[in-house]
Ligand binder design. Structure first.
Ligand code: RP5
Length: 170
């Protein structure tokens, strides 16, 4: 599974990788929010354990291929985000995928507990939507057009809540 999403004016800036196609139902949320914000991304399977050479090549070539951030999701012994962060100088956002045996606590602890010098920005268990937003904000910090779309997104969030406040008070 490899998916490229390049809206006419949006170069691919975010790489979304996951350890298995079984992670896709969770990781799709990162892609969805990048679509909403008009940010180009690619999405594919890269397994730290089953395809280690592919992981090295993917992370090692990420900068030269124009990526600005990597979102990596994995479950269980979730070494994909940390290993990607060890290889690339780009920011890596880790998504702990919920597991059936330990409810994703295993994934979370595998991803979040990185050694000093090799950070992974870890979101909540199954928090792929926030991972997509964080990648957009990283890109937006150097791209005023993207930043404006994120501001509009946050404004819409506030309006949704205020609408509920007004309905509850009525
Ligand atoms: C991890 O093992 C994957 O990220 C996935 O969450 C988990 C199970 O993979 P499958 O056995 O479903 O392929 O590497």
């Amino acid at each position: 599974m490899t998916t490229d999403h390049t809206p006419a004016t949006a170069p691919i800036m975010v790489g979304i990788i996951m350890g298995s196609d079984s992670d896709l139902p969770v990781m799709q949320a990162a892609a969805d929010v990048l679509d909403e914000l008009g940010i180009g991304y690619e999405m594919t399977i890269v397994s730290a354990h089953r395809t280690p050479k592919r992981l090295y090549d993917y992370a090692d070539s990420a900068v030269s291929r124009g990526l600005r951030a990597i979102i990596a999701g994995a479950g269980g012994a979730a070494h994909l985000p940390g290993m990607a962060a060890a290889i690339t100088p780009l920011p890596v956002i880790g998504v702990p995928v919920k597991t059936s045996s330990l409810s994703g606590q295993d994934s979370l602890l595998s991803i979040v507990q990185m050694p000093a010098g090799v950070p992974v920005a870890t979101v909540a268990i199954n928090g792929a939507r926030n991972a997509g937003l964080l990648a957009a904000q990283i890109i937006g910090s150097a791209d005023p057009a993207v930043l404006a779309r994120i501001s509009a997104f946050k404004q819409a969030l506030e309006e949704q809540v205020m609408h509920k406040v007004e309905r509850m008070a009525a």
